[in-house]
Design a protein around this ligand. Structure first.
Ligand SMILES: [Zn+2]
Length: 193
């Protein structure tokens, strides 16, 4: 052990590195961890109080960092989009077959598109379109979009009766809808050149 030694510990999800320093400081690492550098003998309760006082600052920096990370997600290449579309054709066709039987509706053609605006659509003839970016969404979200479009076979609108249908086959559909609201733009952004 020498004078430069430091100890690492975790207090309430915050990484604390103690060393022979006089002051306490907070750092947000490039991979968005919160790191507190504290004097060797500072009490845990004092560290916690300091972190609590800085919670607004921490929150802001984490949000900025996250936004920066999202911005720098590279646009998808043509080859990547083709791969997604191929995967989507098979994956979504299975889901459509499964849920169409459950919901008791017929469907026409299922087409995969590289859309920048919508996740899916359903024509009055029952032809379904799905966005290939759905393959970058969690499986449950993919199921939700399939159920949503299939329920349009019963209600070609977004009336309360339509949402009641969706809820019947997917009681927690609101979670998946908000996932799309929160993450949709980030994914669609990767489609733009
Ligand atoms: Zn709809």
């Amino acid at each position: 052990m020498n004078g430069m030694s430091s100890q690492k510990e975790i207090i309430n999800e915050i990484e604390v590195v103690r060393s022979h320093r006089r002051t306490i400081a907070i750092e947000i690492t490039s991979d968005l961890r919160v790191l507190v550098r504290a004097p060797m003998r500072m009490k845990d309760s004092d560290i916690r109080r300091f972190v609590a006082e800085k919670s607004g600052w921490i929150q802001r920096h984490l949000e900025w960092g996250k936004a920066r990370q999202e911005e720098t997600e590279p646009p998808l290449t043509e080859a990547e989009i083709r791969t997604l579309a191929d995967a989507a054709r098979e994956d979504l066709a299975h889901r459509v077959t499964k849920y169409a039987a459950k919901i008791g509706v017929t469907v026409g053609r299922v087409t995969i598109r590289n859309q920048k605006t919508r996740w899916g659509s359903c024509s009055s003839k029952g032809n379904l379109n799905f966005n290939c970016l759905l393959m970058l969404c969690p499986e449950e979200v993919r199921n939700y979009v399939v159920v949503h479009e299939l329920c349009h076979r019963k209600q070609l609108n977004h009336s309360p009766a339509f949402w009641a249908e969706v809820e019947k086959y997917m009681p927690n559909y609101a979670d998946h809808r908000s996932w799309l609201k929160e993450n949709g733009n980030r994914l669609i952004g990767r489609m733009k050149k």
